[in-house]
Design a protein around this ligand. Sequence first.
Ligand SMILES: Nc1ncnc2c1ncn2[C@@H]1O[C@H](COP(=O)(O)OP(=O)(O)OP(=O)(O)O)[C@@H](O)[C@H]1O
Ligand SMILES: [Mg+2]
Length: 506
Amino acid sequence: MVMEIGRVIGVTTLRGFRFVIREGMEKHVKRDEFITVKEFVTKKEILGMIKEITISNELLPDEFGRTPQLEDFILNEGEYPVPVVKILGYGEEDGMELPRYGINPGTTVHLADTSLLNRLLRQNTRDSGFLGTLSTREDIKVCVSLNELVSKHCAILAMTGAGKSYCVGVLIEELLKKHGSIVVFDPHGEYKDIEFDDAVVAVYGVETNNQLKIGVGSLRTSDFVNLIPDMTDPQRDLLDEVLSMASRFYEKYDFAIILNILTTLYGIKDKAETGTDIFPEDVLRGITKKVGLSTIGALSRRISRLNRMGIFEMHGTPLESIASGNQLTVIDLSDADERVSETIIATISRGIFEARKRYMKKSEGIKIKTPTFLIVEEAHNFAPRTMEDRTILSRYILRRIAREGRKFGVGLCIVSQRPNKLDADILSQCNTQIIMKIINPSDQEYIRQSVETVTEDVVKDLPSLSRGEAIITGIAIKFPVKVKIRERTTEVGGEDIDIIGSWNSE
Ligand SMILES: Nc1ncnc2c1ncn2[C@@H]1O[C@H](COP(=O)(O)OP(=O)(O)OP(=O)(O)O)[C@@H](O)[C@H]1O
Ligand SMILES: [Mg+2]
């Protein structure tokens, strides 16, 4: 049923207009409600959204504020609310098209029809993910194009406690319905209890039974520098030599082999021992000529320290068991310190990216055949905007994935409560945004600057969103909508702790 709610008044533009409300229709006219009007040349239906309602009273213009007594007057005569509409456009198949002709004053304004909104907000079913319902109308489901969301990356931004992780959970549920391959880097261990009937959940931790292993061969010198912050330049040069020896003489190697090389070098330098069956003496002497005994000793101690962590070994957890169809892999980083977390995120992301690239280019080496979606919680720590104190290695690969992942089927979702601290390049490459309550003005401003689809009026709405409410905008949806994120069907982690309640009960 099409409901007439008003008539266009005043000067209209191609971006918006104002209207007067038809008597009895006041309750339908609220902020963020969708309306339609007919364009005057084509008679096509144009969708718009009520962004503002002004109420003016001709008996009480602004100047009236100077006279204090109002009580004795009947003044609401001549007072009327004027909704201000922002035009979203015609709903075409592949998005919204802005009108080219104008809208006549006097044109009837209708409440947007449920079937129209459903058509525009429900994507084709093969691709669509059901994230919630319109804030203004609970009967209208909001679905996003998962293909667009995954392949062109996504950002979930909000202040703490606004419902980011909950929303990630909803997204994971939708992706697993499509048998997706998802890897979550989880700094707080919030996702490890998720269970799905029809999909595999693999949880890898740092100090758990199912321990994540990283192949030593997949570490680059820069990874070592990150893991061993107190490494000196001579130690670094020596490490370079040792790593190149290891990869020359072994197909795969671990820390034991690296330590063995160092011990051999020590022996030659210290006691003039000779080479071994594996390493020719001239190669070893070439190295020992350049380094001091103490450097060899110091590097050995540092490598031993890494070795004791038990994460790094010869083979590493196979990438195929991390990125696989119909599987959610949770990398629980709650027991890892920040440098180890960065290294894990960097090596796994890099591994998956390279393996997908090999698969697409049909080149030699380990391949992953399923396109994979990487979710990075607390992304501001792993892809920060500035690296004043030190280099954060994970940022490089996350940037690379944000830039090139689409071509190789690697999607990225960054989740953060400090948008303002996120790398701008990565943020601007996330073409779908799910933004929840944000109060901090510098976070708001940064999002507005970095993200094309986030306009001034989206930003203005951010402080007033309630928990679980989000603005979804970007490529995965035809126009920006305010959504109440749906309830999850799976277990939730990261619940608020009732601090006062638990104090009371003690
Ligand atoms: N759409 C929702 N429906 C019902 N409950 C929700 C919804 N969104 C969030 N919550 C609840 O709100 C609380 C906080 O949500 P969540 O942990 O997702 O916040 P967050 O933004 O990830 O916070 P942080 O930045 O601290 O990680 C949780 O208890 C969660 O269950
Ligand atoms: Mg969270």
